[in-house]
Design a protein around this ligand. Structure first.
Ligand SMILES: [Zn+2]
Length: 342
């Protein structure tokens, strides 16, 4: 993701620690404690064997399938995941492909758990931090996407034409404009194609375990420590502030255990959605579209043409805390109620 979000969420929070919003910070620390407790309990089971199991699991990466296996997978669960990211600086301790490889790994785990297939990750999107080794394909705060939007539209059309009946676009790169473009395109394609298309950043599915999105900080670094342990080198970090990092200090706070809780939460919700979405009737589809359209409309309109593009995110950790759960459980009316609090 990008520095803007970091400034308005974690970065902004950091500045406010000493004043009025101190309880918010404490709540976040509290959530971190819950996360650690949960990991020590129910999640700390057979971590060692998981990697071995994964290698024995079926191939879900679209590009590695022959037509027969592809058709079989499609027949059993006609959902396709499209991971999104970019090439972007994520601190000296992280690889530059964090956003894409993180989203891809989460989609692969969900597909292996629930069914469905995973398209190759897309590298490139809206915005990126002002640091080396960052490919900025479109301006950071511009919702007028000329590259990503039509590319996603055509991908969705081709996926539907190929027989997929639900599409989950998961972006691991999340500037505000990137998020708006992805969700807005998904809403419009759901309407146009008559199948559910969800377009969301992965952190939105883990707000209730305390991850509200950051940039190369506690959350993303923890996720990478869990998903790709060999890629993170915390020893390369000096003292904060860390260049091009936004959020809680990864050197002090990031851990594979926290990454596992965040990843498990996201994957479990994606897995439920992958199974349910192709079975939705039109009434359910319409309620889903209605809720998603309400969310993106708020994100797009909240600045009223003059405030920061991040205006609708200032309260996201509290207002949309249960979004992942509500989405997985089909409680779309509740999502609309939460959006009103943004
Ligand atoms: Zn990122």
């Amino acid at each position: 993701m990008t520095t803007r979000l970091a400034r308005l969420t974690f970065g902004g929070l950091g500045r406010r620690v000493a004043d009025a919003t101190k309880p918010l910070w404490r709540r976040r620390e509290f959530l971190g404690t819950i996360a650690a407790g949960a990991i020590a309990g129910s999640f700390a089971v057979a971590q060692e064997t998981k990697g071995q199991e994964a290698t024995a699991q079926r191939e879900v990466r679209l590009e590695f399938l022959r037509p027969k296996e592809l058709k079989e997978a499609q027949t059993s669960c006609p959902t396709i995941f499209q991971p999104l990211g970019t090439i972007e600086w994520h601190g000296v301790h992280n690889v530059v492909g964090v956003d894409s490889v993180k989203a891809h790994a989460l989609c692969v785990r969900a597909a292996q758990k629930a069914g469905g297939l995973v398209a190759p990750p897309l590298y490139g999107g809206v915005g990126g931090v002002d640091q080396p080794h960052t490919f900025v394909m479109e301006p950071e705060d511009s919702v007028f996407s000329k590259l990503l939007r039509p590319w996603l539209e055509q991908l969705c059309r081709e996926m539907a034409r190929d027989g997929f009946r639900a599409i989950i676009i998961l972006t691991g790169h999340y500037g505000a404009a990137q998020q708006i473009v992805v969700r807005e395109t998904a809403v419009r394609m759901s309407r146009a194609l008559g199948i559910p298309v969800l377009g969301t950043p992965e952190y939105m599915l883990a707000l209730d375990v305390g991850y509200t999105g950051d940039h190369g900080a506690w959350g993303e670094t923890s996720l990478m420590m869990h998903l790709y342990p060999g890629t993170v080198d915390l020893s390369q970090l000096g003292e904060p502030p860390h260049k091009g990092v936004g959020g809680r200090d990864p050197k002090k706070e990031a851990s594979a255990e926290d990454g596992r809780l965040i990843a498990e939460t996201i994957v479990s919700r994606l897995a439920v959605l992958a199974q349910k979405m192709p079975t939705w009737d039109y009434k359910t589809l319409d309620s889903f579209i209605d809720a998603e359209a309400t969310l993106v409309a708020k994100q797009l309109s909240a600045p009223r043409g003059k405030d920061a593009i991040w205006t609708a995110w200032r309260n996201i950790g509290r207002a949309m805390r249960d979004y992942g759960k509500q989405l997985a459980e089909g409680r779309f009316e509740e999502i609309k109620t939460s959006v009103a609090e943004l």
